[in-house]
Design a protein around this ligand. Structure first.
Ligand SMILES: *Cc1c(COP(=O)(O)O)cnc(C)c1O
Length: 364
């Protein structure tokens, strides 16, 4: 992530206090008809970026992980078999969440850096209630084939984590057979964290748990929020106070994406990722994610032998205002993760990252 003109600066030396103060201005009320219009438009635009007609498509008021929790807490009946494809940190998190919801979890483990092995996942159990997979594994920089899982899911419900894919790479929930999907706002949508764009189709909604163990994430109650039976403008019932500022932020981000054109946005991410990955390899660096499954929006690089991963990250930030991630889990010190999401997915950002890395690593 490149530090540009942000709402909050990097600390006490905040260079843009007037922008930070804007966040403390009075806001529209959460029941104001004008805000309800913004919410309805946001849900409509979310349908477009999800690639779905699902009436029940809305931003849940919590981060992407709560979307994950909502998916399982509403659909896992005690003892249900949930097959989870695990090829990174977020697949692992799914196994934890599903188990806490009472599932009998069948985890299909993969080497990190590899895409989901569809055949292995589909044959892991003869009749799972749910099959779950991460579309874009942010911990490893890998894309998996959700359409193939959807084609082979049989009677199971397909839960898909699209936190890092939504608004970045091709995502077609309905065409691919996704029954339940959750996402986040702070990755490729490029706006404030704190909401979980969520979608669930009728088939999954009908199979839901009558009284989920979570009150806040009970979709049966939230159903009233998007209108009776999801009908736009239908009856709204009070459930909780919508985080109006974050919804407005999401509305702004989605408007920007749809004005540019969703497919154009996907193409822009792909071009930026391709250019970054080619440049890194020209510099003699090795990529971590398996070739053919590399995400454009999140590139994983092996830290070269003898290089202090944390020191390089600190110099990139201090000298060049560029923040890259450490690796996840066992790869914390041996992999870097470079994000080109949303506004950062552009040619000048690629050049900047490559030049800065060359400088810090002392490579020609
Ligand atoms: C970031 C991320 C999450 C968690 O989202 P939060 O908003 O941090 O709760 C889940 N899955 C994937 C693939 C992610 O990248």
């Amino acid at each position: 992530m490149i530090r540009e003109r942000h709402l909050f600066g990097p600390g006490p030396s905040n260079p843009y206090p007037e922008a930070t103060r804007a966040l403390a201005e009075p806001l529209l009320g959460h029941l104001d008809p004008e805000f309800l219009r913004i919410m309805d438009e946001t849900c409509d635009m979310l349908r477009t970026v999800w690639g779905t007609d699902n009436a029940r498509t809305l931003p849940l008021s919590a981060t992407g992980s709560a979307g994950m929790e909502a998916a399982f807490v509403n659909t896992v009946h005690p003892g249900d078999v949930v097959v989870v494809a695990v090829n990174g940190l977020f697949g692992q998190r799914m196994t934890d969440v599903a188990a806490r919801c009472g599932a009998e979890v069948v985890a299909v483990e993969h080497d990190w850096g590899q895409p989901v092995d569809v055949d292995r996942v589909l044959s892991a159990h003869p009749s799972p209630a749910i099959i779950a997979a991460v579309h874009a594994e942010t911990s490893t920089g890998v894309r998996s084939d959700i359409a193939a899982l959807g084609a082979g899911k049989g009677d199971a419900l397909l839960v898909t984590d699209a936190v890092t894919s939504i608004g970045g790479i091709e995502l077609r929930a309905d065409d691919w057979g996704v029954d339940i999907g959750y996402a986040g706002t702070q990755k490729c949508l490029g706006v404030a964290p704190g909401l979980a764009p969520f979608t669930i189709n009728d088939r999954a909604f009908e199979r839901r748990v009558e009284t989920p163990r979570s009150w806040y994430l009970d979709l049966g109650m939230l159903g009233g929020y998007v209108g009776e039976a999801g009908v736009k403008g239908g009856q709204r019932t009070y459930h909780h106070t919508a985080p109006t500022a974050m919804v407005a932020s999401l509305h702004g981000g989605l408007t920007r994406i749809l004005e540019e054109g969703l497919e154009a946005v996907w193409t822009r991410h792909q071009a930026a990722g391709d250019a970054l990955q080619a440049g890194l390899q020209e510099m003699g660096l090795e990529l971590f994610a398996a070739e053919g499954s590399r995400l454009p929006e999140l590139t994983t690089v092996n830290v070269p032998d003898g290089v202090d991963s944390a020191a390089v990250r600190k110099q990139l930030l201090d000298r060049h205002g560029i923040e890259i991630g450490a690796g996840a889990g066992a790869y914390a010190a041996s992999v870097w993760r470079i994000g080109l999401m949303g506004r950062n997915a552009r040619p000048d950002a690629v050049l900047l990252v490559l030049a800065a890395l060359r400088d810090v690593l002392g490579r020609a």
